[in-house]
Design a binder for this molecule. Structure first.
Ligand SMILES: C[S@@+](CC[C@H](N)C(=O)[O-])C[C@H]1O[C@@H](n2cnc3c(N)ncnc32)[C@H](O)[C@@H]1O
Length: 196
């Protein structure tokens, strides 16, 4: 869903996926990377905090990522930051990884800072994160970021992500936005995050 929505957004904007260089944060064993390459993306770089994820991606989908970094994006080492910045990413994807104690907001925002202004940001979140009654810090940050001047929302799609253990459907939103500008330190500090 996220890959298809990204393709639709990029093509609707008159751009071409073959010109994108994507950072896939929380890449795991490469399911999203596979989709990106299938859609013709020119470069895809995976990143995950655990080496087992990189090993699994190389085992299961050896031709998907042009590079794979094992890094904690809440605490990116200067040498990794330098190398990642050299990719001059114009796309960030983060699938099935935001919220639920998985990828923290700080890591996601760090990755977003590595995307050039004008680049694409595509991710999914559980539907309740966009509900104003959810006042958790993560939920408020995501809502404020989506509707901030730093992102231009292009696509928002509610869909059945999967079935719960009891068989009931779980709904998520897939989002595709364009980054308009780097997120300033003040925005991060308002949400209790340090500058990146
Ligand atoms: C639920 S998995 C999603 C994997 C993949 N995107 C998919 O859709 O199959 C979330 C991934 O985020 C990674 N992760 C969690 N915290 C992270 C961090 N601080 N920096 C980088 N990756 C992180 C985990 O190791 C895990 O592989």
């Amino acid at each position: 869903m996220v890959g298809d929505l990204l393709k639709f957004a990029v093509e609707s904007a008159g751009e071409n996926l073959t010109e994108l260089r994507a950072l896939d944060l929380g890449a795991g064993n490469g399911i999203m990377g596979d989709v990106l390459k299938h859609h013709g993306m020119s470069r895809a770089v995976g990143a995950d905090i655990i080496p087992e994820a990189r090993d699994a991606a190389y085992r299961d989908r050896p031709h998907v990522y042009d590079e794979y970094y094992v890094s904690d994006f809440t605490n990116l080492q200067p040498s990794d930051h330098e190398q990642l910045a050299e990719w001059a990413f114009n796309c960030l994807t983060c699938v099935a990884a935001l919220g639920f104690g998985d990828i923290p907001a700080q890591a996601f925002l760090q990755a977003a800072q590595l995307v050039q202004p004008g680049g694409w940001v595509a991710f999914n979140i559980k539907e309740t994160f966009l509900d104003a009654s959810d006042q958790s810090g993560f939920s408020r940050l995501i809502r404020e970021l989506i509707f901030s001047e730093y992102l231009d929302l292009h696509q928002l799609q509610r869909y059945r992500h999967r079935l719960g253990m009891d068989g009931s459907p779980l709904f998520y939103f897939a989002l595709v936005a364009k980054k308009t500008a780097d997120i300033p330190v003040e925005f991060l500090e308002q949400h209790g995050l340090s500058g990146l």
